[in-house]
Design a protein. Structure first.
Length: 255
């Protein structure tokens, strides 16, 4: 699979890509610290080392990691004894195929500040609330683990993927959508400096094609200021396109 190399990304889009990458690093830092996982930082990457269910997550921070950083992140992935290994490379600049990892390409998107059109197609029975209690957070966690899904966190165990202490983390917000009073969808946002990121936008299977994702995203747009970034799954991209998100590039995820 041929990836778009970092030098092929225009300078303006590279600036947006760095914003998205920095925000992703803020997410993984928050998760590592609230989960109690090992957090390892180098100029070219950040890694989060969890248990067997959590796995190892490596996020590249530079399109041109130096030789020492590249050797170190490769060795981290190589010596992982058990659990999933994911290397997220926003710049498509490394090749992890020698480690037996398989690439997939996902669009990194950004939306610059602009008015959002009213969600005219969202049913009146859908409500989105910002999470304020531990019980609501646990509901968000269950929706994300089972609906996104996050297979390595299944079967579901409370507090393992989204610890309750995340509620106290400055810049982190969780949103819970209900439809006809039933829990239907959720997402998490992270604000770091001048940029925000949206993660794990999830609709449970029985509530899909009912405007839940759009309602969640409109709640996010109403609550966040400044540029907003996300990495989209294929199924979600038309929604984000319609909300004014532009594709910056396609990141390579090795797993």
């Amino acid at each position: 699979m041929t990836a778009e190399p970092a030098h092929a990304v225009p300078a303006m889009r590279m600036t947006s890509l760095h914003l998205a990458t920095r925000n992703a690093a803020a997410l993984w830092t928050a998760l590592a610290e609230t989960r109690g996982h090992g957090l390892f930082r180098r100029p070219g990457f950040v890694s989060v080392d969890g248990n067997e269910r959590n796995g190892l997550r490596i996020l590249l921070l530079s399109p041109e990691p130096d030789a020492d950083d590249l050797a170190e992140l490769t060795e981290l992935a190589r010596r992982r004894p058990a659990g999933q290994v994911v290397v997220e490379d926003p710049f498509s600049s490394v090749d992890m195929s020698d480690l037996g990892l398989t690439p997939r390409r996902l669009p990194v998107m950004i939306r610059h500040p602009a008015p959002a059109s009213a969600p005219s197609t969202t049913p009146s029975t859908v409500q989105v609330d910002r999470v304020e209690s531990g019980d609501q957070l646990e509901t968000v966690e269950r929706i994300v683990v089972n609906g996104f899904p996050l297979p390595n966190f299944q079967p579901y165990r409370p507090g393992e993927a989204v610890p309750r202490s995340l509620l106290e983390r400055q810049g982190v917000d969780l949103f819970l959508a209900t439809r006809d009073g039933a829990h239907a969808g959720a997402c998490i946002t992270v604000t770091d400096a001048e940029v925000s990121g949206v993660y794990w936008v999830t609709t449970l299977p029985e509530h899909r094609s009912r405007g839940i994702g759009r309602a969640l995203m409109h709640a996010v747009l109403e609550n966040l200021r400044g540029p907003i970034t996300l990495t989209s799954a294929t199924a979600g991209k038309p929604l984000y396109d319609s909300l004014g998100f532009d594709t910056v590039t396609r990141a390579t995820w090795w797993a």
